[in-house]
Design a protein around this ligand. Sequence first.
Ligand SMILES: O=C(O)CCC(=O)C(=O)O
Ligand SMILES: [Fe+2]
Length: 364
Amino acid sequence: AETASPLPSNTFPSQPTKITSIKTLAESPGLTSIPATYTFTPDLHGQVTSVPEGSIPVIDYSLLISGTPGQRSEIVHELGRACQDWGFFMVINHGVPQKLLSSILDGCKGFFDLAEEEKQEFKGNNVLDPIRSGTSFNVSVEKAFYWRDFLKVFVHPVFYSPTKPAGLSEISLEYSQRVREIARGLLTGISESLGLEGSYIDKALNLERGKQIFIANLYPTCPQPELAMGMPPHSDHGLLTLLIQNGIGGLQIQHKGKWVNVGTHSNSFLVNTGDHLEILSNGRYKSVLHRAMVNNKGTRISIAMAHGPSLDSVVSPAPEFLVSSKGDEPAAYIGMKYKDYLELQQSNKLDGKSCLDRVRISAV
Ligand SMILES: O=C(O)CCC(=O)C(=O)O
Ligand SMILES: [Fe+2]
């Protein structure tokens, strides 16, 4: 039972023997240092570069959906550049009301504020269970733990939601639908930017039944943020992840080998490319490495909405990229059923792009 096992006890005097949430630990009175089991290599923060204000790509979604043909093709071009150069961009003018964004963040806060016993009802037993609440990433395989609690819920093609707190289910349904629509719109533009039909990815990966996963992350205030890690460097398994946060930053992306602070951007979606976009595009659009830092100023909540192929899709590089007038291009990844990939990624340690490395045939 993966998520059922309690964290092992350690020598830290005030640590209870069974930690089911970092929230409980973070709220212990007088906590001034973190247990050794939460400690990572020091000076993670020192290696961060700041990029000039305004250099992270920004995509105006309204122009993709209702711009003139000229504006639209400009946005498609910008999407392609963002995927190629960054694997990351911000989406503005997406049309999702600010009120819905704050309601869903409040709903997640309500979930994390439930009594530990209540959250335990939703802990799940298997990595592919549709509702899973837990701490760190996968405590059954980790030696050091992340300063993070999570709630992961499958919201499409079948919608699930925890039954508590009251109201979360309704808000989550609406939020999931709105965000899925934007993800599909972006993937239409991304298909075109790859020189394919707009509907290419949608059809090839059966997005009508695409897997959409709602991931709420809680990063409580940490007394030694420079020693702890919210989420380690990793890439996401799906195609595109759309993230929002509660006004507190912490996300960093890797760009040209350096870690870059994304910061806070109210009312925009922070979008990153995932492994399946890299596989489908035969390495043209690489999934971006990202991680979550913690802080000692306030509790951070982020909601990452992951969009992937349908579970039964077997994804391999699109044949369109393998033959060209310039000669054949070898497939750089083997085909794998998305369900198997997801299971592999969730059952192991979260470790960079180690999952993608398992399907990679050659360096690209
Ligand atoms: O909280 C964040 O900023 C990142 C979360 C994330 O990468 C994930 O849930 O996959
Ligand atoms: Fe992620």
